[in-house]
Design a protein around this ligand. Sequence first.
Ligand code: GLU
Length: 442
Amino acid sequence: MIITRFAPSPTGFLHIGNLRTAIFNFLATRKEGGKFILRLDDTDSSRSKKEFVDQVKEDLNWLGICWDQEFSQSDHIKRYDSIRKELVEMGRVYECFETPAELDLKKKKLLSMGKPPVYDRASLLLSEKEKEKLRSEKPSYWRFKLNNEVVEWRDSILGNQSINPSSVSDPVIVKADGQYLYTLASVVDDIDYGVTDIIRGSDHVTNTAVQIQIFKALSKPVPNFGHHSLLIDLDGKALSKRDGSLNLKTLKNSGIEPMAIVSLLVSLGSAHSIELYKNFKDIFDTFDLASLSKAPAKLNISSLNALSQKAVQELSINEVEDYISSIGVPKGLSRNFWDMAKENISTKNDMEELWKICKRDVELDKADPDYEFLQKAFSLLRDLHKEPEPWKLWTEKVKKVSQRKGKDLYLPLRYALTGSTSGPDMNKLLPIMLLNNLQIIE
Ligand code: GLU
């Protein structure tokens, strides 16, 4: 059985780039009937916040992504301690003492000599006595000792991969403040939870080489890896996690439909053209991890808006009824209102403005050159409240009486009613305004 996990760090809001990872894991798992785990990578206690954990969960639920199991890495520190001890005994984890400033200096020296800035393993040469002395002076940190074996794996997206670890520094696994870093913690959890497939962004490829060595050092089976390409903007620049407009909370608040986001993210980099899916089940047939492109995927926000507009317009009355009543539309009017509104909105939020129009009264202004025309016209409206097609009947009557036609006839009426010269189909809008007790104030 396939077991996957999505492992966000709750140090900020869920970003559209990371969401793509969640979606790929979720689809790959649900397609096969496996198990999908939500892992919260919260070992950085100063930056991890409950508020972000709650928001990540809310966002995933909103998108229809559900998980079978959930845990936080901060609950597993003892387990990481014991694995670290095991690895120390094997000689694969060692204690180091350089301060960040000392490490920085070493890096700069190597770079100035044109060498790769790989950690020199100086701490590995310290005697027990020297280490004791250093321990009394400053906190230590810990590194995993890579061996020289070239790491190879068959990546389910990138194909055959081969990384020579001699160009990689021994990774820090515990920082000087005692905080476990993701590199070891992740492997321990992947082992303990039987994770079979790790799908994540291609920014993790080097981590994978390191982590494969840790799996092997612990004599555990290595999971399958798949690294998807990252999202870029239209200028080809990497999307910044700090760009708040692309986090899920903001997208949700701006009224973007969840399945528009999902549909766009699954189609980017795939062999299929962008299409709107109604739910995850509809994606199973077309989704294939192996066919994802290795090239960065361009995110076009206007495609997202277009998909979202299509998604919202295709919603049934049952799907929007709650929202419609939340903005104040009485139950009895919700069908009529939706029938009118859906043709005039890009997002659900746009319905608020439309509802305000439905509740408007008409105020006739004596200074308006059309005052007399409007006064006459609105006096003809009074008897039409119960008619099935009041706009048609009314404008026919007004036409006869005023001798106006076309724009001269329709525009002043529309403007007086809605405050705008364009907008919803008046055949649909006027009955709602009349049912809403439209008042004519002269
Ligand atoms: N917390 C890591 C991240 O968000 C998890 C990476 C992984 O999936 O292993 O990048």
